[in-house]
Ligand binder design. Structure first.
Ligand SMILES: [Cu+2]
Length: 597
């Protein structure tokens, strides 16, 4: 153990003691003597670089605790989950590059790529993006844990009525979120609780299906030119549509106002990489590379033909063997930076029990249908024909083994739903084999009490707020990035807060795409929402999510709307909502809002 490490352990011990004495956990301080001792879990997450080999390529990744995905954190309602985030990323010291001197100071341009923080996505805990934790100051700054040893302790009090299900964690420092997340920094969180005690669920094998993408370019390090890494020099932009390979990577020059060509291999990208791997539970199952701009054709014809990702399936994805009649519980995370995943399971019904960690009161049985190209429909009722997981969505579903055979869990191909067309990918392969079993499916599930009773129209104090996603090309507000990703025709302003809500009230918001050529996934922190309707299609009561795909408008000047309702239940403070396509978020598609006590 290094001295530095020992110092940290000491710090952790002190942090634990401090929380007990100084009341870092206000929810626990009033315990009567005859009550059970406080339930506290203290853990450390350490960020740092690791190296792996994917499909014969040597890749350098950013990781939590040396793992991709990061370690699964298991917690439960009522627990004080104290996480010390220790940042051991480097100070972005790529050997051949200068760093901060190329940053123009605009926070909607990728910057401070070694600085990080932590977001526990979907957990209904105190607002934790701005400092100090839970601050109600509308002008508060975002938590920025510096590289090379910065530490931030997060005392997350898990509410006693917190839903039990699958959540996840990832970095959320504006300007470095996508670079870190698409390098490997993401991990699952499982909240245990009432859903696990349903006998049919307790009897089922629990299988994690965590999907991530890893975006890469050839290293510019002269000492390590064969490695793949995502290390864009600040302001170096990957010109994915440039037909001249020599002009692929440019750096914006404020003196000329032009993006000037560079000899660099990689720059910041709003979605496409020289090489990308898709991982399931850390193993690559799909490889995507750019053609060279002179050969090859773009799959699906969704993009100009000179430059596009061309993909190859690697193996069968996650392999799962189940018996005929056996029930397994799959928990799937779409942790990808930008890919919407419409899912189809061959030969089997999906018995959907939860979305985004909040279970329904009864399973919804969905018969997904194969399509060569997904039709773009998003529906979470039993009439759905695919299970759509936007970036950041989770779905928990039961599968009961049918006739012996091999069945694929497929992400359907799509064209024109997003900026890039997406090929079909096999995420998992289920082999039904062996001695038959006779396991039952549940018919009723425990009510997730935190969200019940559901919000009634009479409870709404505001039903007119609109969140509108727009894009502009070329970028006017963000010329360095070259594209404007906006909400309400503005890009992100860290110190401004325009929307306020009040604890104890509920609101209905309309999410809308307009002036954009793709769909955008809306995510809001602190309180999950009930989805009322998607593109005019009513959703079943109790469809509680924290992220929802807002499909693209039918025409650029048309609009598609999603209607949601949220109750501001427990935590006040400054928080955010944003697009969960991470390159969009990092370059401006985010807004602050304030939950007033
Ligand atoms: Cu977006």
């Amino acid at each position: 153990m290094s001295e530095e490490r020992a110092g940290r352990r000491e710090f952790m011990a002190r942090a634990g003691a401090a929380s007990a004495v100084a009341g870092l956990s206000p929810g626990l301080s009033g315990c009567a003597e005859d009550e059970a001792p406080p339930d506290v879990q203290t853990l450390e997450l350490v960020t740092g670089w690791i190296e792996k080999t994917f499909d014969g390529e040597r890749v350098r990744l950013r990781a939590y605790d040396g793992q991709v995905p990061g370690p699964t954190i298991t917690t439960r309602p009522g627990q004080l989950l104290e996480i010390a985030l220790v940042n051991e990323l480097d100070d972005y010291a790529a050997k051949s590059w200068t760093r901060a001197d190329t940053w123009n100071g605009d926070h909607n341009v990728p910057h401070h790529l070694g600085t990080t923080n932590l977001h526990v996505h979907g957990l209904e805990v105190l607002p934790h993006l701005f400092e100090p934790l839970g601050t109600e100051d509308p002008a508060a700054s975002m938590i920025a844990v510096p590289p090379e040893g910065g530490v931030q302790v997060y005392p997350f009090q898990i509410p006693s009525d917190h839903p039990s299900g699958l959540f996840w964690y990832h970095p959320h420092h504006h300007g470095s979120t996508v670079v870190q997340a698409v390098s490997g920094m993401a991990g699952p969180i499982i909240v245990e609780g009432p859903i696990d005690e349903v006998p049919e669920i307790a009897a089922a094998r629990d299988v994690l299906v965590a999907v991530q993408d890893i975006g890469l370019f050839r290293s510019d390090d002269p000492d390590d030119p064969d490695a793949w890494v995502y290390e864009p020099v600040q302001n170096a932009i990957w010109q994915s549509l440039a037909s001249d390979p020599a002009a692929r990577v440019t750096i914006y020059d404020a003196s000329t106002g032009m993006a000037e060509p560079t000899p660099l291999n990689g720059g910041f990208t709003t979605g496409d990489y020289a090489l990308r791997f898709y991982l399931v539970d850390g193993e690559p199952f799909y490889r995507e590379e750019h053609n060279d701009g002179t050969t090859g054709e773009c799959p699906g014809g969704g993009m100009p033909s000179q430059s596009c990702p061309v993909g190859t399936q690697l193996g069968d994805g996650l392999r799962l063997s189940i018996a005929p009649g056996e029930v397994v519980r799959l928990r799937m995370l779409n942790g990808c930076s930008d890919l919407v995943m419409p899912m189809h399971l061959e030969g089997h019904e999906l018995h959907l029990i939860a979305l985004d960690g909040v279970n329904f009161t009864a399973p919804r049985t969905i018969t997904t249908q194969y399509a060569e190209i997904w039709d773009g429909r998003v529906d979470y009722s039993s009439a759905a024909t695919s299970l759509v997981l936007a970036p950041a969505n989770r779905a928990e579903f039961l599968v009961k083994g049918g006739a012996p055979g091999t069945y694929r869990l497929v992400q359907l191909a799509h064209v024109d739903q997003q900026f890039m067309a997406a090929d079909e990918k096999v995420v998992a392969t289920i082999t039904v084999e062996g001695e038959p079993m006779d396991m039952a499916l549940p018919t009723a599930l425990p009510e997730p009490t935190r969200h019940y009773p559901l919000i009634t129209p009479g409870e709404l104090v505001d039903d007119s707020y609109v969140v509108e996603f727009e894009m502009a090309f070329p970028g006017v507000l963000n010329p360095t990035v070259g594209l404007d990703f906006m909400i309400g025709e503005q890009i992100y302003a860290e110190h401004e807060t325009t929307k306020q809500v009040r604890l104890g009230t509920a609101e209905q918001w309309t999410l809308r795409t307009h002036d954009t050529m793709e769909g955008h996934p809306f995510h809001v922190h602190v309180n999950s929402f009930e989805v009322i309707s998607i593109a005019g299609v009513d959703q079943p009561p109790g469809t509680i999510m924290d992220t929802i795909w807002v499909p693209k408008p039918p025409t650029m000047d048309g609009a598609t709307e999603v209607v949601i309702r949220s109750r501001y239940k427990q935590w006040s403070g400054k928080s955010v909502y944003h697009c969960h396509i991470l390159p969009h978020e990092d370059t401006g598609m985010m807004r602050n809002f304030l939950i007033l006590p």
